[in-house]
Design a protein around this ligand. Sequence first.
Ligand code: HEC
Ligand code: HEC
Length: 264
Amino acid sequence: MKHPRWSFALLGLPVAVAALVLLTAPVAVTQAQSAAGPLPPGPGVELIYAKCTVCHPIQQVVASQGIPAFLWDDTIDLMKRLGLKATAEEEQTIRTYLKTYMGPEPPPTDTASAGTSDATTTPPSSGTTVAQAPEVDGAAVFDANCSACHQASGEGIPGTFPPLAGHAPDLFKADRDYLPQVVLKGLQGSIEVGGSSYSGFMPPWPNLSEAEVAAVLNHVLTSWGNDELLPADAQLYTSEDVARLAGVEADTSELRQGLTLEGP
Ligand code: HEC
Ligand code: HEC
């Protein structure tokens, strides 16, 4: 076959997801765009995460950052031939996002991805009392960064994006350090959750502050009935927990395999 790697686009999602392992294996998860995270925030960014990671990791898109608008149009035409599914309206949003935020002259990213942290725009105070870190809204961080894949309901998409509802407390109980490490370092490898297998890829989130990582995980652990699955004395995360773990090397796939889970 001439283009063996493309054939999976015709065979439907399970095969595509299996093929993802092959496609992603050599991808180095470097976050060259320091503070920018995988994708710059902008209208429609969640569509890119949802539609473009069905067949390859988001790094495939990030790698083309800076190409001229007409090449983005060509790329989307190609992705459509390969099997990208989107309504006309979604397609328009995708094209506009890519040409605006992933083109040669993106607008300055003055809004944090979650829209909650002013840390980068607040000028350093000179001698005045340092203000308390702004209260971070974990639900807003989740909506901006996680819901495209794990869904607003936390239920994920069976076989593609694992659920966090009914599952995150199990991970928390098995190893309290695991959840922050997954958000900090990403996860790639085969996992089983609730009888479905996932061989996907989750990017790391270097654009989230330590406070945002703690807040989003606390949101996950206390939403969708998850709070009822937590031990009564559960210690939710603090920024300090996340800061400590950020300095700890970890192979999250190995960590995951070492966990003993109670759930299915
Ligand atoms: C149905 C599967 C599928 C979907 C959905 C998909 N792609 Fe792709 N994409 C591919 C395949 C297959 C390749 C080719 C990989 C290769 O040859 O290296 C690819 C390659 C790419 C490349 C690299 C192109 C090049 O010339 O090197 C970019 C950029 C890209 N995709 C962007 C996107 C964007 C943006 C989206 C979402 C709007 C998207 N893809 C959605 C299957 C898909
Ligand atoms: C681009 C899609 C995508 C986004 C966005 C995303 N995830 Fe994930 N996440 C995944 C995939 C895919 C996996 C499973 C990876 C695998 O199969 O190895 C995963 C796994 C996880 C796991 C581990 C589940 C387990 O059983 O070990 C946690 C926890 C998690 N994600 C939390 C988050 C949080 C919190 C966010 C937002 C900061 C987030 N994810 C954003 C796709 C995503």
